[in-house]
Write a protein that binds this ligand. Structure first.
Ligand code: KG4
Ligand code: ZN
Length: 333
């Protein structure tokens, strides 16, 4: 089964063709990052306008790369939330229009569920596909959640952030330090030249279940700079901040995996592109005897292939969405 999937929940316009939920035939991602950089963050109105400008070309490119015509597509999928509503409706309506015109099934996919399914795509060798039940840490610019994945489509949220998402903390700290946008990749790169033990930033809520809090850590960075001035060795500061985020994420994930007695841990979402997080989670999982699944970098950040994979498993469970499905900006898993 070949699914055309579309993802426009935030600032990436993406379309993909995915076969049987695992094989990527194409995955086109048009990033808007250049248009938002001068504002230091995503401007929703700019994002939706840019999606409209490029959606047709992105979908056509995905079909061309997959060497498939629209008529041969078995189903059409799109993200319907969570995300920016003006962005979501562009991809959602485009997908619904194609499904309606071609009389093909339409599948609306939750963006967070999509991120989890990056772990089921082929570049991740088959042997590394996680076995149910597994604990998945979903960390992105908008979400930080620990999810127990019991089966395809069966989720239990164990914990979530009470304030900022992990990616948001990276982006806000980078903006405060004026070191570039988006903050995650900039801090990741700069941290490689720094000492992560230089400054002992707080690790909030370590002993309080599976919820997270990152806004205090961001404030701790701001207060440190206000008290001591900009450090001579900025990489030490950002590496110490990054290590605090990573320690919280990794230790809570390991704790959840132990408590839930699972064999597998999976990682998902834009922040899972972070090199330190990937390294530390792999090491700690090995120490504790867990198998770990980490998607390749291009499948960690927003892309439509992950939506195509999630849609396949929804169809297999007999799910189909109505063409009047609306975008839900605050959708939960
Ligand atoms: O999943 P994603 O592409 O979009 C959302 O659904 O939010 O995640 C984007 C987030 C941004 O906050 C970005 O700074 C962060 O992922 N990010 C990273 C890295 N690459 C992207 N954070 C830390 N280290 C990275 N290497
Ligand atoms: Zn995302």
């Amino acid at each position: 089964m070949q699914i055309l999937a579309i993802e426009t929940s935030c600032d990436e316009t993406s379309a993909a063709v995915v076969e049987n939920g695992s094989k990527i035939l194409s995955n086109v991602v048009a990033s808007q990052v250049e248009f938002h950089r001068k504002y230091g963050g995503i401007v929703p109105e700019v994002a939706s306008r840019k999606h409209i400008e490029v959606i047709a070309a992105v979908v056509n490119q995905a079909l061309a790369d997959a060497k498939i015509s629209l008529k041969k597509i078995d189903a059409v999928a799109a993200t319907y939330g969570p995300g920016l509503v003006g962005s979501l409706i562009v991809g959602l309506n485009y997908a619904k229009a194609i499904a309606y015109a071609l009389k093909k099934p339409f599948i609306a996919v939750n963006h967070i569920e999509g991120h989890i399914y990056a772990n089921f795509l082929v570049p991740n060798p088959k042997s590394l596909v996680p076995e149910f039940p597994f604990v998945c840490l979903v960390v992105s610019g908008g979400h930080t959640q620990l999810i127990l994945v019991k089966d395809h489509g069966k989720y239990e949220t164990l914990g979530r952030t009470r304030d900022d998402a992990a990616g948001e903390a990276f982006d806000k700290v980078a903006r405060f330090l004026n070191i570039g946008y988006p903050g995650g990749p900039v801090i990741d790169e700069m941290s490689k030249k720094g000492d992560p033990k230089a400054i002992d930033f707080p690790r909030a809520m370590m002993d309080e279940g599976y919820d997270f809090s990152f806004s205090g850590l961001k404030t701790a960075v701001v207060n440190y700079v206000k008290r001591n001035g900009m450090p001579k060795k900025l990489p030490d500061l950002v590496a110490s901040f990054q290590q605090a985020v990573v320690d919280i994420l990794v230790e809570k994930t390991i704790k959840a995996a132990k408590d839930k007695k699972v064999k597998w841990i999976a990682l998902a979402g834009g922040v899972s592109a972070n090199s330190r997080l990937r390294e530390d989670l792999k090491r700690r999982a090995k120490e504790e005897g867990f198998e770990v699944s980490i998607p390749p970098l291009n499948l960690c950040t927003d892309n439509a292939a992950m939506i195509g994979s999630a849609a396949y498993y929804l169809i297999k469970k007999g799910k189909k969405s109505n063409l009047d499905t609306e975008a839900v900006s605050t959708l939960r898993i």
